[in-house]
Each structure stands twice: as structure tokens, then as C-alpha cells.
Design a protein. Structure first.
Ligand code: ITT
Length: 179
């Protein structure tokens, strides 16, 4: 299976959770960074997987986002493009300054293409912290808290037990095992 992602943090999580042989884009010499023009995670997951699929080897892609209640679901599908790199978490913290209801969730939609196109999704609910905490993980991990710890304060193993991506990957795993 080829994982159509350029995000090393994601790739590491996928390998750890699925435990099957996963090739990255660079392993197969494919350069792919299609524009994520979809209006939701499902559209973008399909765009990413379909850009790599060549009719033989199965392809996996996921699109994920952080959906914050007080921001009307932002950054959501725009999580990767919400601000310049290095400024995304600060933007969220600034917009939530003084906001009491800090509920948020991460959602992942996986698109898996073999002979058909399949979708699997997973979600985890938590809250946005008031400052960055923790050094592990990637993206918004240091401002997303679940059960008293941010994702960046968890080990990979702890995060991978409960994460949005884990839940979606478990569904894919079930599908793969039934085939
Ligand atoms: P692709 O190459 O797979 O497209 P990406 O970094 O663009 O990688 P997504 O579009 O799926 O990834 O995700 C959007 C952003 O959401 C991503 O850049 C992160 O900032 C954030 N994100 C996704 N999953 C996350 C996670 O598990 N923890 C923290 N942030 C996450």
C-alpha cells in the first residue's frame, strides 16, 4: 500500500497503527501535492488518494482537521492552511483569547482506493488549551487536550490508542483483514 502523504508525523502514526508494509510517496518516487480544493475532508482525502492511484497498488490518503466550536468549526478543512507555517496554533489561541467554551474535535477521513473507493472516518472530542503544552506530535497537538493531557504531552503510543486517525485506521484495518 502507498500512503499518499507528505507529512512525516502522519506517516509514522499510520505505520505504527496499521503495522503493515506502507510505502511513502518518496519510496515510490512519486511527487504529489495536489491542491486540496474540496469543501470537506472526504473530498480532499479522495483528491489526494486519486492523484497517486495508478490502477495497480492500493493507495491510502487521509485528510484531517481540527474543528473548534467557538470558531464555527474553523480551522476544519483548512487546518493545514489556516495561517503561515509556525503561526497556526498561535492564531487559534489568539482567536480564543477570553473564550470560555473551548470544545473542539479532531476528525480524520481516510480514502482507500483498491478496486473501489472506500471511506473511513474517526473523531475525538477535547478542548483547546490556553497555551502550548508538550513537545511530541505535530500540527495542533500541543493545544489539543484530552483527559487532562495535550496530544503533545502524550507518547506516540498513548496518542495512537485514542486519536481520530487511530479510530479511522482501525476501520480500514478491519476492512483489510476481511479481504
Ligand atoms: P498530507 O500530505 O497528508 O496532506 P497535511 O499536513 O496537509 O498532510 P492534512 O491536510 O490531513 O495534512 O491535515 C491538516 C492539518 O491538520 C495538518 O497539517 C495538521 O496541522 C493538522 N492535523 C492533522 N492531524 C493532526 C494530528 O493528529 N495532530 C495535530 N494536528 C493534526
Amino acid at each position: 500500500m502507498i500512503a499518499a502523504t507528505n507529512n512525516p508525523g502522519k506517516l509514522r502514526e499510520i505505520r505504527e497503527i496499521l503495522g503493515v508494509n506502507i510505502k511513502s510517496l518518496s519510496d515510490v518516487g512519486v511527487v504529489s501535492d495536489p491542491e486540496e480544493t474540496g469543501i470537506n475532508l472526504k473530498d480532499n482525502a479522495f483528491i489526494k488518494a486519486n492523484a497517486v492511484y495508478n490502477g495497480s497498488e492500493p493507495v491510502f490518503a487521509d485528510d484531517s482537521g481540527l474543528f473548534i466550536k467557538a470558531l464555527g468549526g474553523e480551522p476544519g478543512v483548512n487546518s493545514a492552511r489556516y495561517a503561515e507555517p509556525g503561526h497556526r496554533r498561535e492564531k487559534v489561541l489568539r482567536l480564543l483569547d477570553g473564550v470560555e467554551d473551548r470544545s473542539a474535535y479532531f476528525e480524520t477521513v481516510i480514502c482507500y482506493i483498491d478496486d473501489n473507493v472506500h471511506f473511513f472516518s474517526g473523531r475525538i472530542d477535547g478542548v483547546i488549551t490556553r497555551e502550548n503544552r508538550g513537545v511530541n506530535g505535530f500540527g495542533y497537538d500541543s493545544i489539543f487536550e484530552y483527559n487532562g493531557k495535550t496530544f503533545a504531552e502524550m507518547t506516540d503510543e498513548e496518542k495512537n490508542k485514542i486519536s481520530h486517525r487511530k479510530k479511522a485506521l482501525e476501520k480500514l484495518k478491519e476492512y483489510l483483514e476481511g479481504n
